[in-house]
Design a protein around this ligand. Structure first.
Ligand code: FES
Length: 124
C-alpha cells in the first residue's frame, strides 16, 4: 500500500488557499520543535463567518496537505464551528496519514485554533 493517500498527494501537489491575507482578523502560528516545521494561518472574518483563509507552511508534504485541508474545512464556517476542528478530522478528510505523520495534522489544528483565539482576543 502507498504510504500516502491520493488525497494527501493531491493537496500536496495543488494546495488550496496558499498565501497571506493583508489586514487579517486573526493570525495563528504553530511549530513543531522536533521536525522544525512551521505553519501560519490567516483569517478574514465577517459577521462571525470565516470569509477567507490562507496559509503559509514551511514544512513537509503532510504538513502542506494538512494546512490545505484545514483551510478547506473551515472556510465559510462560523467561528464557533471552526474552533471544534480537530487534527483527527483533518487527517480523516485526507483519507488518513501515516502514524508518524499525525503530528503534521496537529500543527494545522493548533494554527487554526491560535488564529481564532487571536480573533476572539481582538474582539473582546
Ligand atoms: Fe513535522 Fe510534518 S514532519 S510537520
Amino acid at each position: 500500500m502507498a504510504l500516502y493517500s491520493e488525497k494527501v498527494m493531491e493537496h500536496f501537489r495543488n494546495p488550496r488557499n496558499v498565501g497571506v491575507i493583508e489586514n487579517a482578523d486573526g493570525i495563528g502560528e504553530a511549530g513543531n520543535a522536533k521536525c522544525g516545521d512551521i505553519m501560519k494561518i490567516y483569517l478574514k472574518i465577517e459577521d462571525d463567518i470565516i470569509e477567507d483563509v490562507k496559509f503559509e507552511t514551511f514544512g513537509c508534504g503532510s504538513a502542506i496537505a494538512s494546512s490545505s485541508m484545514a483551510t478547506e474545512l473551515i472556510k465559510g464556517k462560523p467561528v464557533s464551528e471552526a474552533l471544534t476542528l480537530t487534527n483527527k478530522a483533518v487527517a480523516e478528510a485526507l483519507d488518513g496519514l501515516p502514524a508518524h505523520k499525525m503530528h503534521c495534522s496537529v500543527l494545522a489544528q493548533e494554527a487554526v485554533k491560535k488564529a481564532l483565539q487571536e480573533y476572539n482576543e481582538r474582539n473582546k
